[in-house]
Design a protein around this ligand. Structure first.
Ligand SMILES: C[S@@+](CC[C@H](N)C(=O)[O-])C[C@H]1O[C@@H](n2cnc3c(N)ncnc32)[C@H](O)[C@@H]1O
Length: 310
C-alpha cells in the first residue's frame, strides 16, 4: 500500500502566529512528517527542537534533516516530557511551542499499526511501538464496566455499554476489522453524519493506549516555566476533548477531560490570573479552500496564546 503524504494542517496560520525570528528556539512537539518544522526553519534563521514518540517518523526524515545542520535537533520521546528533553539539550527556555496532536497520515495508512478500521491489521495503536499496552491488550483484558467507561469518556459514545458487552462476548479480539465489525453489529450508522459506527470506539482506544490527554496536560503544565516572555503556544487539535483542555488551560482554568464530571483544579482561584493571553477567544479554523483540498483538516482547531510573564 502506498502511504499518502501527510499534508500539514493550517500550516499558513501556524507560521503566521508563531512568527519565528532569527536566533529563536522553537519546539515542534509533534514532528510527524516535519511539515511545521521545515516551514519554521525556512521562515527564519532559527532553531527547532522536534519531538516525536514514533521512531519511524524520525527515521523517515533522515534524508532531508542534514540540510538544516545543527539548527534542527530531533528527539525521540513524548512532548509530555518536554522539560527533560530541553534539560538534556541544556536549554532553559524557548521562544515558541507548537503541537499538532493526533495521528499522522503515515500512521493511519500503515495497516499493521492498527490505527484504522479501513484496513485489516493487528490491534496495536501505539504511537511509540517500543512501549506500553496495545489496544488488543485493553479490549481483551479490561472488565466490561471499565471498557464501557473508557469508550464513553474518550469516544463520547452513547452506546458504550452495549459495545463493551459485545466486545467481552467476542473475546479474544486480535485485529482492527474484527473489532470494527463487532462495533458495527451493535451501533447503527448515523444517517446524518455518515460516520462509520466504529469511529468513536477507535478514537477512545487510541486516546487510552497513548495517554493522549494526560500527555497534553503534562505539556501544558510545563509551558509557563519553559516559554520566554512573549513566547507563543500554538495547539492544533482535532476533537473536542483536547480542544477543551487547551482552551481552559489558556484561559487559566483547567477541567478534567470528561465533560460529564468537570473537576476544577488548583489553577482556579479568586486571585489567579493566567500566565497566558489568548490571541483570540475563539479557535482559528481552517479555510474553506483547505477543508476542500485536505479533508483531514476539517475538524482542526488552532488555539494560540502568548506567555505574559517570565
Ligand atoms: C498529526 S501528526 C503531526 C504532523 C506534523 N505537524 C507535520 O506537519 O508533518 C502527529 C505526530 O505527533 C506524534 N505525537 C502524538 N502525540 C505525541 C506525543 N505525546 N509526544 C510526541 N509525539 C507525539 C505522532 O506520533 C505523529 O507523528
Amino acid at each position: 500500500m502506498d502511504d499518502a503524504p501527510h499534508i500539514p494542517v493550517m500550516l499558513k496560520e501556524v507560521c503566521e502566529y508563531m512568527n519565528p525570528q532569527d536566533g529563536g528556539i522553537y519546539v515542534d512537539g509533534t514532528f510527524g512528517a516535519g511539515g511545521y518544522t521545515r516551514a519554521l526553519l525556512d521562515q527564519a534563521n532559527c532553531s527547532v527542537i522536534a519531538i516525536d514518540r514514533d521512531e519511524t517518523a524520525l527515521v523517515a526524515a533522515q534524508n532531508w534533516i542534514g540540510s538544516y545542520g545543527d539548527r534542527l535537533k530531533l528527539v525521540h520521546g513524548s512532548f509530555g516530557d518536554l522539560k527533560n528533553h530541553l534539560l538534556a539539550l541544556n536549554i532553559e527556555k524557548v521562544d515558541g511551542i507548537v503541537l499538532d496532536v493526533g495521528v499522522s497520515s503515515m500512521q493511519i495508512d500503515q495497516a499493521e499499526r492498527g490505527f484504522s478500521f479501513r484496513f485489516d491489521g493487528a490491534l496495536d495503536m501505539r504511537m511509540d511501538a517500543s512501549q506500553g499496552e496495545t489496544a488488543a491488550d485493553i479490549v481483551n483484558s479490561y472488565k466490561e464496566e471499565a471498557l464501557a467507561n473508557l469508550i464513553y469518556q474518550y469516544g463520547e459514545e452513547r452506546l458504550s455499554r452495549r459495545i463493551a458487552k459485545t466486545i467481552v462476548k467476542n473475546r479474544p479480539i486480535g485485529t482492527t476489522l474484527q473489532l470494527a465489525d463487532i462495533v458495527r453489529s451493535v451501533v447503527p450508522r448515523s444517517k446524518k453524519s455518515g460516520l462509520d459506527p466504529a469511529t468513536r470506539t477507535f478514537q477512545a482506544l487510541r486516546i487510552a493506549v497513548n495517554d493522549e490527554l494526560g500527555q497534553l496536560e503534562e505539556l501544558l503544565d510545563s509551558t509557563p516555566d519553559l516559554l520566554k516572555k512573549g513566547g507563543r503556544l500554538l495547539v492544533v487539535s482535532f476533537h473536542s476533548l483536547e480542544d477543551k483542555i487547551v482552551k481552559n488551560f489558556m484561559r487559566g482554568q483547567r477541567i478534567e477531560a470528561s465533560r460529564y464530571e468537570p473537576v476544577v483544579n488548583e489553577y482556579i482561584g479568586s486571585n489567579y490570573s493566567s500566565p497566558f493571553l489568548m490571541l483570540s477567544k475563539k479557535a482559528f479554523l481552517p479555510s474553506k479552500e483547505e477543508c476542500l483540498s485536505n479533508p483531514r483538516s476539517r475538524s482542526a482547531r488552532l488555539r494560540v496564546a502568548e506567555r505574559l510573564e517570565e
